[in-house]
Design a protein around this ligand. Structure first.
Ligand code: 5GP
Length: 124
C-alpha cells in the first residue's frame, strides 16, 4: 500500500521550523510538543520526524530504528510527566473515520484528570 504525504500539513511545517512549537522532548527520529488546544491538563503530541501519514503507514515503511525511537519517545514523555502514577491515554487518529485533522502521524498523550469515555457517540 502506498501513502501520499502532504508536505504542507502543519506538522511538516513545525518539523521544518516554519511554525513554532513548545517542545517537550526531541530525539533522533521523533519530536514531542504541547498541543495548541489541550483537551486535558496534559496534552502532548508525539510525531516521527519521518514523513508518515498514519500509524499503519509508519508501521509499514519506517525503519526499526525509527519505530523504536518513536515508541521510546512516547514512554520518555510519560516518564518526564510522571504519568505512571495516575495513568494516561494514547490516541492516534487516522483518516476520515478516525477523524484525523493533521495528516502526519501523531500520538496524543492525554493525562492529568480522569478522562471521559473513550469514544463519544457519532457527531458527524
Ligand atoms: P488530530 O485531530 O489530527 O488527531 O489532532 C490534531 C491535533 O493537532 C489537535 O489536537 C490540534 O489541537 C493540534 N494542532 C493543530 N495545529 C497545531 C499547531 O499549529 N501546533 C500545535 N502544537 N498543535 C496543533
Amino acid at each position: 500500500m502506498s501513502f501520499e504525504y502532504d508536505n504542507q500539513n502543519i506538522f511538516a511545517k513545525i518539523l521544518r521550523g516554519e511554525i513554532p512549537n513548545k517542545t517537550v522532548l526531541e530525539t533522533e527520529y521523533s519530536l514531542a510538543f504541547l498541543d495548541i488546544q489541550p483537551q486535558a491538563p496534559v496534552h502532548i503530541l508525539v510525531i516521527p520526524k519521518g514523513l508518515y501519514v498514519t500509524y499503519d503507514h509508519f508501521a509499514q515503511d519506517a525503519s526499526d530504528a525509527e519505530i523504536a525511537d518513536f515508541t521510546r519517545c512516547v514512554g520518555e514523555v510519560c516518564r518526564q510527566y510522571g504519568l505512571e502514577k495516575n495513568g494516561f491515554r494514547l490516541i492516534a487518529n487516522a483518516g476520515h473515520d478516525g477523524v484525523q485533522d493533521v495528516p502526519h502521524l501523531h500520538v496524543h498523550v492525554l493525562a492529568g484528570r480522569r478522562l471521559g469515555r473513550m469514544i463519544e457517540s457519532a457527531s458527524q
